[in-house]
Design a protein around this ligand. Sequence first.
Ligand code: ADP
Length: 438
Amino acid sequence: MKQLLRHEAPALAITLVSAILVALGTGNWLFGLAPFPFLVWWLYLRLLRLERWIEDGMKASEAPHDEGLIGEILRQLQRRERGSAKRKKRIDRLLRRINSQIAALPDATLILGPKLEIEWSNAPAQQLLGIRYPADRGQALGNLLRNEKLIRYIKHPQGRKPFECPSPLDPQLQLRFRAVPFGKGQRLLIVRNISEQKQMEQALKQFVAHASHELKTPLTTIRGYLEMIEDEPQLSPTGRQAVQVAGEQAGRMEALIRDLLQLSRLDSRSLDPDQGEVLDPVALTRELLGSLPDPELRQRVHIEADPDLQLRGLQLEIESIVQNLLDNALKYSDGEVGIRWHEEAEGEILLEVSDQGPGIDADELEAIRRHYYRGKDTTARQIQGSGLGLAIVEQAARLHGAKLEIESDPDRGSCFRVRFPAWRNLRKKEKPQKILRL
Ligand code: ADP
């Protein structure tokens, strides 16, 4: 500070002395103000030089020479500029490193702008999607890929599963697209070649279907012989018990094979919206209920439904949806089980199967949809099953364009809902809905 004042002091002193001399010489103190505009003008010129230098990019070689207050401002600015140049260099280096790492990823990676225009892409994007960078920079992804469903997914990926479809370059290549929103409306798009994984899944499915089919006939023969032996009057009590246990186990294997075959049939089927028979879901449910072997089980079930409902679908598949949900509700709970068929305001048909059982832990609600997954509590309670029931329900529902929703409260029980789209509903619109307890 002292240093600064020392540099500015001569000019201030000269102005002050001139002001006093002028005032004394003229005998008027007001004339003493005359030298001050020169001081202001001199300061203004120095500031102007500083401003020009800032405007021209603050080059160190062109810095104006000034030892006073302005010089100090200039030096402070230079120090900051040097700091931010260093920071900029560091960030540039970091960005270059990140860029080269992303570019080296085996997955195609794209950065898309708010209108899904290409901002950046790596080399695999050219191999998998035919997108060339930088030639295609600024192009809308929709114009290059021409897949409306995919573009809709990239726009709204939140809460949705990754999108899978063949590559636009080679239909033999199966791709999985995963979009992640970031920045201001931007998207990070990662595309993986999953052809090998898909082929392996397909091979595994074929093997399971083939093995199940091959096991079916010998198992039926074994069951037949076991039933014959069980009828033998000379059989000892121990022998009878052994045959019974063997018969039960063979029955379990038959049920498992039945489920596996049904799943593989469902996997390979597709159903157009106008395909399927006209079904009476309520009559179908009552028939299933009537076929329950144990009358006590039947008494636990209550149906509430609109008897006029009509659904376009596949009978065996709709039956297996109701059957699997009903079997589970009876198996996992002791109390009343409710089956409800009704129409929603938008014309969707809703099937609800609810129970008052122990419910399902929140952290298992997603896992129980997986093939072969059995709840921890279920295995601890030694309740038998294959872990395929809900997978069958989900596949059969998907075939009809329907969705399976699961709600569970450990205090109140579980509710499984299958929501069929309005285009599966064939009920006459003019007939008002009436829900009856059947
Ligand atoms: P499985 O019944 O053969 O085990 P599922 O696929 O039908 O196979 O069901 C998977 C798991 O979901 C079951 O093991 C069980 O833990 C749970 N689950 C299904 N339905 C119910 C229900 N109504 N109440 C409680 N848990 C259920």
